[in-house]
Write a protein that binds this ligand. Structure first.
Ligand SMILES: [Mn+2]
Length: 337
């Protein structure tokens, strides 16, 4: 069941009447929704006259670098002292697109220790109970959709412009798989229409996010699909595996194999897709599934990981070859098909 926890907006209206020092935080390995919702809220707060700052636990991916306000964010990995000081001085701290402070790594301890008013806005299940204000709606497509709702309730939408609309759209579009996941609602489309009325040009954002391949990345994708994709039609399982040296052959950069596992899942009849990626002394495992196949349980039981029912990750402390044998052994002997 979708659970909705809503905010006391009259108390918040009161809170934001006077200028506040505000820090916005979002989760590790921030995605389009994390960065988009944070920068949209950041712009709204600045336009309302507040002193605002976005802190990210680690770097934002390159395909989001066009967003307005991105250069003003602080990266906790790069400048921890400045981030800690800002958290200590904050009167209000927002937590966006994550539901527990351990999701923001070491930064979480400082947020926890702070006396600031803590506001959570998120769409993941089971938010922790140490926030002062919680807007949690698991039926919402994205945190960006919730930032739109939040800003509307507080009467800030008069500030909505093209740059803010682009940030919100990027978050909604990426979290809904370009409006195809079941979390896409009529409300999601109504909000998108409002964003277009505010000047948004959707194709511009699509292009900025998706048309960013390097030649090496496409070559790596081609290699992975033609040489390294194994498909077990009988069990409906596809596996792609890449060694460190194979990745290095294509000048691999972080993010280059993002989404690769989904190609395996797109084969008609596939129930589960796995991507194994060798790193220095470990092999990372990504799982995707359809329907009732619970990859969260599989990742937790055999691969030191976890996640969601249809999307999970894990790691094995071994090189690629033994990891691949281990995976096949689990598929052949441990799982029911
Ligand atoms: Mn999200």
């Amino acid at each position: 069941m979708d659970k909705i926890l809503d905010l006391d907006y009259s108390a918040l209206l009161e809170l934001f009447t006077a200028k506040k020092r505000i820090v916005i935080t979002t989760h590790r390995s921030p995605d389009g929704d994390a960065i988009g919702s944070s920068l949209a809220l950041y712009s709204f707060l600045l336009k309302q006259g507040h002193d605002a700052l976005v802190i990210i636990p680690d770097a934002a991916p390159n395909f989001l670098h066009w967003m307005e306000g991105l250069d003003e964010m602080l990266n906790f990995e790069m400048v921890p002292e400045a981030c800690i000081e800002a958290v200590e001085q904050a009167e209000v701290i927002f937590s966006l697109d994550y539901n527990r402070l351990d999701r923001i790594a070491a930064l979480g301890e400082h947020v926890m220790a702070s006396n600031a008013i803590k506001i959570l806005i998120d769409h993941h299940i089971a938010p922790a109970d140490y926030f002062d204000y919680v807007l949690s709606d698991t039926s919402a497509s994205s945190t960006s959709e919730l930032i739109y709702r939040f800003s509307k309730e507080l009467g800030w939408l008069g500030h909505l412009n093209e740059a803010i609309a682009e940030c919100l759209y990027a978050g909604i579009m990426t979290d809904t798989g370009s409006f195809k996941f079941s979390s896409t609602s009529a409300e999601t489309h109504r909000i998108t229409a409002d964003l277009m009325d505010a000047g948004l040009v959707p194709e511009k954002v699509h292009s900025a996010i998706f048309d960013t391949n390097t030649y090496d990345r496409l070559q790596l994708l081609g290699y992975a699909l033609t040489k390294k994709l194994e498909y077990d039609a009988e069990r409906g399982v596809s596996i792609i595996s890449l060694s460190l040296s194979e990745k290095n052959r294509f000048n691999y950069k972080k993010g280059d194999t993002e989404g690769l596992v989904n190609y395996g899942l797109s084969i008609q009849g596939t129930k589960m897709a796995v991507f194994l990626s060798e790193e220095l002394n470990i092999t990372k495992c990504s799982f995707r599934s359809k329907g009732d196949v619970d990859v969260n349980v599989i990742a937790r039981t055999w691969f030191n990981g976890g996640g969601h029912k249809n999307a999970a990750g894990g790691r094995l402390d071994m090189k690629l070859e033994p990891a691949l044998s281990f995976l096949k052994d689990v598929i052949e002997h441990k799982l029911q098909h």
